[in-house]
Design a protein around this ligand. Structure first.
Ligand code: ADP
Ligand code: MG
Length: 551
């Protein structure tokens, strides 16, 4: 309960049909500080109470006569307690009845106390005082509950929401709930411009303020952000620091201002200000409450900032990873370039020869046709070669599709065909005939297999054997593709570094092939296993799950 409510005189409604009794009660109440209203009947009293409640004016206490014509006191108690807007009004029964059951009936219906006529004025005042004391502590409790609920709500938002706007909205709702003020706003420091931006206001009428900026140091908010100290000014006109703040556009005058900084790790990141308390002056308790809210909000702002930085970083990382994958693809193509030139050159030669022959004079028509169709077949081969290169080269798009691993192996062998031939590598394939399709991104797996094949070729500078095998694991869960070469092999130390980015033993290597392959296979829910010994060749086994695992 605020000090203001404590100091404002209690509002008491006398409900009494007896004129003399009414006069007596008025005379007694005139002895103490209070505001008295009168009703001559239950109906009149209810109408008055309802009108006051609708206008937001609370009646604290009803002095209620029990014996009245038409609506008696008991019915009146029942009606007050049944109305949510009136329920909290305190009631003291004034009754000439003195039987225990009469008193208990009223108390049972919800009255707070009773006094039996005739009574000593001092007893009446003492009972009023006691009821008001209980009432005040109840009000204080209710208010404290509301404050706590609002604080808990803000804290819940802070821990559960990364949406900054949502958190700020909840904060303003909480402030509205607890502090009865004319206006309020929340400003945040814009790191880039160094200015304070009005991010949220308390009421929609203040909406025009949103987005406006001020300098740190400007006005009370600016002062609070600059000094990092909260500020409670109940008389703005008289404060030496702050001449009355009048907004030139709206004429809105700030009489009283309470402003607290938003601080995180000793850095001020903004402030919350509330202006003109409706029922009096701002108290230390208001300040404490606003500071508690500010502490939560500061954490929320910090979380939201960290989260968006993290999201940016993740995006950046994803982008650079994609670039890396593409770069490694280019490198792989580069390593095939010399052989690709041959691959293209051979059909070109054949086309050249066929066309040359077909142009000879005196050639029979069907011979000419035969040469032309030979040229056409070679052109088709060229188109296929180029298409295959393009398919591989294009950045992969789309997700996993059920794919026959054998067809990927064959595709890779076609891509590397000339390179294998020039490297003197004999390929021995043993592909399982009835493999189930596996869900993969085909060109990614092509990239992995091509890498392993090129590595094998490069590990056998003077030629050798490459044994390629596919098979289904015993439990039917995995498709295994194994690449076994007869090259120089690797030491255990080399094997531990194998998948490290930029680890290479080749003068022109990128060291990215296996690092990227590892990432690709991991994303597919699979694994790459390696076994090798120096001088004994190497075996790479790629395991891919038959059931979808790609995320
Ligand atoms: P790069 O081929 O560009 O060097 P990789 O990541 O593909 O990068 O391979 C890393 C290193 O692993 C190679 O430099 C090589 O030392 C070793 N390596 C890979 N495959 C084999 C293999 N089949 N036999 C021997 N060493 C290999
Ligand atoms: Mg490589």
């Amino acid at each position: 309960m605020s000090e203001v409510q404590q100091s404002s005189p209690p509002r008491i409604l006398i409900v009494e049909d007896d004129v003399e009794m009414l006069e007596l009660l008025q005379n007694i109440l005139a002895l103490v500080r209070c505001q008295v209203h009168i009703a001559r009947s239950g109906e009149e009293a209810l109408t008055f109470l309802q009108r006051e409640a609708a206008a937001g004016r609370e009646v604290d206490l009803i002095l209620l006569d029990i014996m009245m014509p038409e609506m008696d006191g008991y019915e009146m108690i029942a009606r007050v307690k049944a109305d949510p807007a009136l329920r909290n009004t305190s009631i003291i029964m004034t009754t000439a009845l003195n039987s225990v059951s009469d008193k208990t009936l009223g108390l049972g219906l919800g009255a707070d106390d009773y006094i039996t006529k005739p009574f000593d004025p001092r007893e009446l005042l003492a009972r009023i005082d006691a009821v008001m004391r209980i009432r005040r502590s109840e009000q204080a409790l209710r208010r404290r509950n509301r404050e706590l609920a609002a604080l808990i709500e803000i804290n819940r938002m802070v821990t559960s929401s990364l949406d900054l706007d949502e958190v700020l909205e909840a904060t303003m709702r909480g402030i509205r709930e607890i502090l009865q003020v004319e206006a309020g706003s929340l400003v945040l420091l814009d790191e880039e411009t160094g200015r304070l931006v009005f991010r949220k206001t308390l009421s929609p009428e203040q909406g025009w303020v949103t987005g406006r900026t001020i300098r740190p140091g400007e006005g009370i908010v600016g002062y609070v952000v600059q000094s990092g100290e909260p500020k409670l000014v109940n008389n703005v006109e008289r404060d030496p620091h702050f001449l009355a703040e009048v907004d030139e556009e709206t004429g809105f005058t700030s009489r009283a201002i309470l402003c607290v900084p938003l601080t995180i790790r000793n850095r001020v990141i903004g402030a919350i200000e509330v202006i003109n308390k409706l029922d009096g002056a701002f108290t230390e308790q208001d300040l404490e409450l606003l500071q508690a809210m500010a502490a939560s909000v500061a954490v929320a702002v910090d979380n939201a900032n960290l989260y968006s930085e993290l999201a940016d970083f993740a995006k950046e990382l994803e982008r650079s990873q994609a670039q890396l994958v593409q770069a490694e693809k280019m490198a792989a193509i580069g390593r095939l370039a010399a052989s690709i030139a041959h691959e293209i050159n051979n059909p070109l030669q054949a086309i050249h020869n066929s066309l040359h022959l077909s142009l000879r004079e005196g050639l029979e028509d069907d011979k000419r046709l035969q040469y032309l169709s030979m040229a056409q077949a070679e052109v088709q081969r060229l188109i296929e070669i180029v298409q295959r290169m393009l398919d591989f080269y294009r950045p992969s798009r789309g997700g996993a599709v059920p794919t026959d691993v054998n067809s990927i192996v064959e595709n890779v062998l076609t891509l590397a065909h000339k390179r294998l031939q020039y490297g003197g590598v004999r390929v021995l394939t043993h592909l399982a005939p009835d493999l189930p399709p596996v869900p993969v991104v085909p060109d990614q797996i092509t990239q992995v297999f091509l890498n392993i094949v090129i590595n094998a070729i490069e590990a056998m500078p003077s030629g050798g054997d490459l044994r390629l095998e596919t098979l289904l694991s015993g439990d039917g869960e995995w498709v295994l593709t194994s690449f076994q070469d007869t090259g120089q092999g690797m030491s255990p130390e080399q094997i531990t570094n194998l998948f490290e980015p930029f680890y290479t033993t080749k003068p022109t290597g990128t060291g990215l092939g296996l690092a990227i392959s590892y990432g690709i296979i991991e994303r597919h829910g699979g694994a790459i296993e390696v076994s090798s010994r120096p001088g004994q060749g190497a075996t790479f086994v790629v395991k891919l799950p038959v059931r979808p695992a790609l995320t």
